[in-house]
Design a binder for this molecule. Structure first.
Ligand SMILES: [Zn+2]
Length: 313
């Protein structure tokens, strides 16, 4: 019998990455196409189909998983995604299902990451956990009883937009003080700029216009005191809000995913310390902070493809 593969598709604002994974999370093939070249989503679907036919994999595909910004699991559509040039409601799961004649599951990218963690990653042993994706923004995916929590409309887990500081920083969602304006790559850069002080001698302040979160974390690791202050502030806000999240559904762990999480165990430990400082006493020392095990260039495709195995299981 031909090897069974899941097609994982990650729709991004710039590129759409797609790949084929086996049940153990081995990526057999991966390719990407520039999303911006496609004014019509069905042309992208056709090109992915042609590519996989040409590469000889089309008959190995047992199902398709799609991670997409503003992806709605229930309707299989992308709804008004701010970073895509497709406007309105795009029936993407339907387009894939018709073209490939295989079952197709679509959800948002943060949810796909959570399922990826459960199927192949750092949460294989857990039934209740939450992934926190620290990218440009902050996304979260909630797993309860081994199932993703979608909520009544498919949009559960927008934890990046809980407001941690009323009338705080302005957020892309149009409101103020959202968690992701502090705990995300862009939040770290904003903190570095806001906390800037002429009295502080710090390497990261030499090039504040082009500063990245990675610069801040690298400088902190190298002993830069101001950078350490910025990282500590970020960990404190995140740790405090995770302590509150625990009250909703008592997860066994938070799995940190994305660029900032990749900076290593030191940041995870710092978040854990702040979480424990402010957590309700009944939850003390019960909730782990883990780092994603999907940390490589294939993470997005792994997350999307895991939706297929999780559904078939
Ligand atoms: Zn917001």
């Amino acid at each position: 019998m031909a090897i069974q593969l899941a097609l994982g598709v990650d729709i991004g604002g710039t590129n759409s990455v797609f790949g084929l994974c086996d049940r153990d999370g081995n990526v057999i093939y991966e390719h990407s196409l520039p999303t911006t070249n496609y004014s019509d989503a069905s042309d992208l679907v056709n090109d992915i189909h042609s590519n996989l036919t040409k590469e000889g994999y089309i008959n190995n595909i047992v199902g398709i998983g799609i991670g997409a910004p503003n992806g709605n699991f229930y309707s299989g559509t992308i709804e008004f995604a701010p970073n895509l040039n497709w406007t309105g409601i795009i029936p993407l799961a339907d387009l894939f299902e018709k073209k490939f004649t295989k079952p197709t599951i679509l959800t948002n990218d943060a949810n796909a990451a959570a399922v990826g963690e459960m199927v192949y990653g750092a949460a294989k042993d857990l039934s209740h956990f939450v992934t926190i994706t620290l990218g440009t923004g902050l996304g979260s995916g909630i797993i309860q009883d081994n199932k993703l929590v979608y909520g009544h409309d498919g949009f559960a887990g927008e934890y990046g937009h809980i407001r941690v500081i009323p009338s705080g920083r302005s957020c892309g969602c149009g409101r103020n003080g959202c968690l992701e304006t502090y705990a995300s790559a862009s939040g770290v850069v904003r903190s570095a700029r806001e906390m800037e002080s002429p009295n502080k001698h710090s390497s990261i302040l030499n090039n504040v216009d082009n500063l990245t979160a990675r610069d801040v974390f690298t400088a902190a690791t190298n002993g830069d005191l101001f950078a350490q202050e910025v990282v500590e502030f970020t960990a404190e806000i995140l740790g405090n809000s995770l302590a509150d999240f625990v009250c909703y559904n008592s997860p066994a762990a938070f799995i940190l995913f994305g660029g900032i999480a990749q900076s290593g165990q030191a940041f995870a430990d710092m978040v854990k310390r702040h979480m424990e400082e402010s957590i309700l006493n009944i939850y003390k020392d019960k909730v782990e902070i883990r780092i994603s095990a999907l940390h490589d260039k294939n993470a997005a495709v792994l997350g999307a493809s895991s939706l297929v195995w999780n559904d078939l299981a």
